[in-house]
Design a binder for this molecule. Structure first.
Ligand code: GLC
Length: 423
């Protein structure tokens, strides 16, 4: 197995700096009178600011340009809503891209801000930026808004008293076209058009209620506790708790930590599947398991307090060359699942097989926490190979390493953080 070197880190740093230069968006938006400074996902296909993309960008930028890393998060939070919610896309420069926006399936709160969440890794991003930037001074400025966002998740997105957060439509998980959703979206082929139809099938149900969150949950059709989203939520509550301790707010720290414990206990109770040895998303008041084997089933590896027996069963799936241990790990869908597609499909359906850098960042760091630095190093080394071979792409074929999706894709630069951790 290969190990990345300091030379790799330095090479990546230069390469990724170029990507963030290329994708940088700076300006002032008339519609809100705020200035912005962020890296869009890809200057060719995605010019706007996405929530979880920005968090990964900030973590990457904290190694490259801490000032820009801070600006990325400050921009993300400039249009936080009064209730604490942060939209998953801010259309800063929408008026210049009307035609592009008309092709999106997306739910709006207003013309420039969406009414959708994305995986909540804001606290991890804040921690990275504070650690390599202005430390406590930055924390004191940003933490009140960050806490309001996590309070919103608890108050609005955890409707069943189990502490887990729920999404009301597939794209809120960031895993838009994952085969996990095929059944609920009634998708039978791999065409973009079918996905749009499926998206409408779900989101049209919310129109009569004007997307009132309580009523959206009463529909009880798509109310999913996604394993990846909840693992990220638990991890981030813990990170945020530590950040509050750092600034001497013990009460907030305790509250956030207790939310994490509750969600963790429910994840174990409701999502673990003893027969398959995997964690599955659950849907609706009945907590029905969605039994599709994707990388998100392995995501609890990120949690250091995973029971050793369950951890070992996840590891067996991860290291099985028929499932996840590809030449370029880690595929987004198990390779022996009938829906697995290693290349781009149906125009541009995503999360149906290829390897992504952000999921590698999470899972490899989980492996380190469970004593497998050797495996994390291998994943990091193969990820570097992907960049060398195919450039900084949105996703890659796990067997051949061919690059797919958007070129010069910003969040793939989060690889630098993993490489730093393993060298
Ligand atoms: C795709 C991804 C989503 C991401 C967005 C912008 O829709 O599935 O997770 O946030 O592109 O990169």
């Amino acid at each position: 197995m290969k190990t990345p070197s300091i030379a790799d880190f330095l090479w990546l740093k230069e390469e990724f700096q170029r990507i963030h230069q290329m994708n940088r968006q700076v300006g002032v938006a008339d519609w809100c009178a705020h200035s912005y400074d962020f890296s869009c996902p890809s200057h060719l296909t995605y010019p706007f600011q996405w929530f979880w993309d920005s968090c990964f960008n900030a973590i990457a930028l904290s190694h490259i340009d801490p000032k820009r890393a801070e600006a990325e998060l400050v921009s993300l939070m400039k249009n936080q809503h009064e209730d604490g919610f942060i939209s998953h896309v801010t259309f800063w420069q929408r008026d210049a891209f009307e035609e592009m926006v008309s092709t999106y399936a997306i739910a709006f709160r207003n013309k420039y801000l969406t009414d959708e969440m994305q995986p909540p890794l804001l606290a991890e991003a804040v921690a990275a930026v504070a650690a390599r930037g202005r430390g406590e001074a930055f924390l004191r400025e940003i933490l009140p808004g960050v806490k309001r966002f996590y309070d919103w998740l608890d108050a609005v997105r955890s409707p069943y008293g189990d502490g887990l957060i729920r999404v009301v439509q597939p794209d809120e998980t960031g895993l838009d076209h994952s085969p996990k959703w095929d059944e609920l979206m009634e998708i039978k082929d791999e065409e973009n058009a079918s996905w749009f139809k499926g998206w409408n099938l779900i989101c049209d149900k919310y129109i009569p209620f004007n997307r009132d969150p309580k009523k959206m949950f009463e529909v009880d059709y798509f109310a999913v506790a996604d394993v990846m989203v909840n693992v990220i939520y638990i991890e981030n509550l813990r990170v945020l708790s530590k950040l509050f301790l750092q600034i001497g707010d013990n009460e907030s720290a305790k509250l956030l930590d207790s939310r994490a414990s509750k969600a963790k206990a429910s994840l174990e109770e409701l999502c673990w599947d003893e027969t398959d040895g995997l964690y599955y998303d659950i849907n609706g008041k009945a907590n029905k398991k969605i039994r599709v084997n994707t990388f998100s089933s392995l995501m609890p590896l990120l949690l250091p307090d995973l029971e050793p027996q369950r951890r070992d069963r996840l590891m067996a799936h991860l290291l099985d060359p028929k499932e996840y241990w590809a030449t370029y790990p880690i595929p987004s869908v198990a390779m022996n699942h009938p829906t697995y597609r290693p290349d781009t499909v149906g125009g541009n359906l995503v999360w149906r097989g290829p390897t992504w850098m952000n999921s590698n960042w999470y899972l490899a760091r989980g492996l380190i926490r469970h004593g497998r630095l050797d495996l994390a190093r291998h994943i990091a080394a193969q990820s570097i190979e992907l960049v060398k071979k195919s450039g900084v792409r949105e996703y890659y074929n796990p067997s051949t390493g061919a690059g797919w999706g958007a070129p010069d894709f910003s969040w793939s630069t989060v690889l630098i953080d993993l490489v730093k951790e393993v060298i």
